[in-house]
Design a protein around this ligand. Structure first.
Ligand code: ADP
Length: 255
């Protein structure tokens, strides 16, 4: 049994099959990156695991506890969301709450933790992402990189079994990407289990334990970074890597 098991996940928008019976196992502490062409279902896969989208079919097991991803029970939905916290491209902080309250609020509402304890946890998490000196800043007074670090602290404070990250650096100015990637790297080193969609291929290469290549709603390659980048077997994966300049054949160097 794996720590996280996704079975038969299928999602359509109208006639457009976006996820086609996806199965995926993730081990505790693994960092799994999903790569693939635009519009291939990467974001939808994450969103279905947090029930921001309702799939037609699918099951998620967390440490052996099974959840039907088509459930309508709000109790089950809340329970499942506690296992899978999400970090979004656009940070999604509460605009009218300072950094500390953004993190504290989640703990109070979701985990029903008393204010004092919640604040203590929040301070610790904000400290870890280098935001300990910005506790009382509102999002509009923080850079995008700082806002995303608060969002990561908020997610980690809730101790999810699976942290979902949907292009966490795509909305940032280039000079702010590094600080957020460093924060994710730290979270990975601390043993968090992470499923991440990103276009930062150098980061994926150095931090991910496994890479999944998703195409047309199916996992068509799944391997360690070196297997994916140095020795891709799948033709579509090769083409994708060539298109994003991560794979070169001898011919590419002929000018
Ligand atoms: P990716 O993250 O790989 O770029 P997405 O998961 O965002 O891809 O989208 C996969 C497909 O689903 C695309 O064809 C997209 O247009 C479609 N799609 C995504 N969200 C919706 C929606 N809310 N309604 C209709 N189609 C959608």
């Amino acid at each position: 049994m794996s720590f996280i098991e996704i079975r038969g996940l299928s999602k359509k928008y109208g006639n457009n099959t976006v996820l086609d019976n996806v199965d995926l196992n993730i081990e505790k502490g693994e960092v799994v990156a999903i790569i693939g062409p635009s519009g291939t279902g990467k974001s939808t896969l994450l969103r279905c695991l947090n029930l921001l989208e309702k799939p037609e079919k699918g099951e998620l097991s967390v440490e052996g506890k099974k959840y039907d991803l088509t459930t309508k029970s709000s109790k089950k939905i809340l329970e499942l969301r506690q296992h899978t916290e999400m970090v979004f491209q656009q940070f999604n902080l509460f605009k009218n709450r300072n950094a500390l309250d953004n993190v504290t609020e989640g703990l109070r509402i979701v985990k029903k933790i008393p204010k004092d304890t919640a604040e203590k946890i929040a301070r610790k998490e904000l400290d870890k992402v280098g935001m300990g000196n910005r506790l009382y800043h509102y999002p509009k007074h923080l850079s995008g990189g700082q806002q995303q670090r608060v969002a990561i602290a908020r997610a980690l404070a809730l101790k999810p079994q699976l942290l979902l990250m949907d292009e966490p650096t795509s909305a940032l100015d280039p000079e702010l990407v590094g600080e957020v990637l460093l924060t994710i790297k730290r979270a990975a080193k601390e043993g968090n289990t992470i499923l991440l969609v990103t276009h930062e291929m150098d980061f994926v290469r150095s931090v991910a334990d496994r890479i999944i290549f998703l195409e047309n709603g199916k996992i068509v390659a799944d391997g360690k970074p070196e297997e994916i980048f140095e020795n891709p077997e799948n033709e579509r994966l090769k083409l994708f890597l060539r298109n994003i300049n991560m794979l070169r054949s001898a011919d590419d160097y002929v000018i």
